[in-house]
Design a protein around this ligand. Sequence first.
Ligand SMILES: C[S@@+](CC[C@H](N)C(=O)[O-])C[C@H]1O[C@@H](n2cnc3c(N)ncnc32)[C@H](O)[C@@H]1O
Length: 296
Amino acid sequence: MTVKSNVPITGLVKKIFRATYGVEDTELYRDVGLRGRIRNAVKILRASYAKPTCDTNYSNEEIRKAYMIAYYPYYVEPARYVAEVYLKKNLSSSKGNWAFFAGGPCPELLGVAQAIPPPPHVITLDLEKDWFPYQKITCALCRENESFKSRLRSCYGFDIGETLPPASRSRDDLRNANIFFMQNYLSHLSPAGDKVNKFLAWFSAWVNEAKDAACFAFVDLNYGSTAAVFDRFGDENFLRANGLKKIAAHTPTDGEPLTIHHGDTTAASLKNIFTGEKFLQHRWMTNFYFLVLQKR
Ligand SMILES: C[S@@+](CC[C@H](N)C(=O)[O-])C[C@H]1O[C@@H](n2cnc3c(N)ncnc32)[C@H](O)[C@@H]1O
């Protein structure tokens, strides 16, 4: 089902390209070396996603940069949509921090900030420490809206499924969070072994720490463990045992994903990067599933 058509993207792509590579995207017409580097990194990144379980090397700088232009612009709108339609009306109070698990450069922060008045503190939690400069790009984009004054705290080396709330300030920030967002992580979680059960045990521990009425939003593609985790979240026994209720969901058991259609990307990107070869196709839509839970 198409939930949004023609979401404009050109302006955002231009800004992100400039912030990421330090030059305008029109430089792609001149700089053969830059063009080759980016094309190569986009191919490696997309090939990593084409495997049954992603083995993406986010510690590689060229891969992180490629993510910024090949994926980031497309992952703002799904988060904005879920926040606007399902989170906004269920927040019992406008007070509360936001926490982003596996946030990476955190396009979802930009999306949520377009829908809901921003909080005092935003916390990102990720395994990879070198996303921090890219999270700052996100904050700069958020600040184009003058009401965005949030302070960003970035926790890295934070391993989902393993790490429990870090002590100290971050933990206090998290205890005061009323939105927990996890976008595009479950598709990275291998369905092999006992990983799903481990993830759910870890998640239960987080819910236990969270304040009453906190919302937990998940946005993902149907790879890795998305369907398995969403199934368990649909289980009344699991929800009751964790003091949770389901607010809204569109999961793989509901059928086809939700779809957002994007407007064109920039001419320079189309002519030089997304030229149609394998792993270099232009992306004009984003599919996603989502699920929103709330602590009772
Ligand atoms: C596809 S990116 C998603 C980034 C962002 N949430 C988005 O939607 O664009 C997946 C992120 O998960 C992080 N990640 C992967 N495994 C992780 C783990 N075990 N613990 C924490 N973060 C992890 C990666 O570093 C990366 O930033």
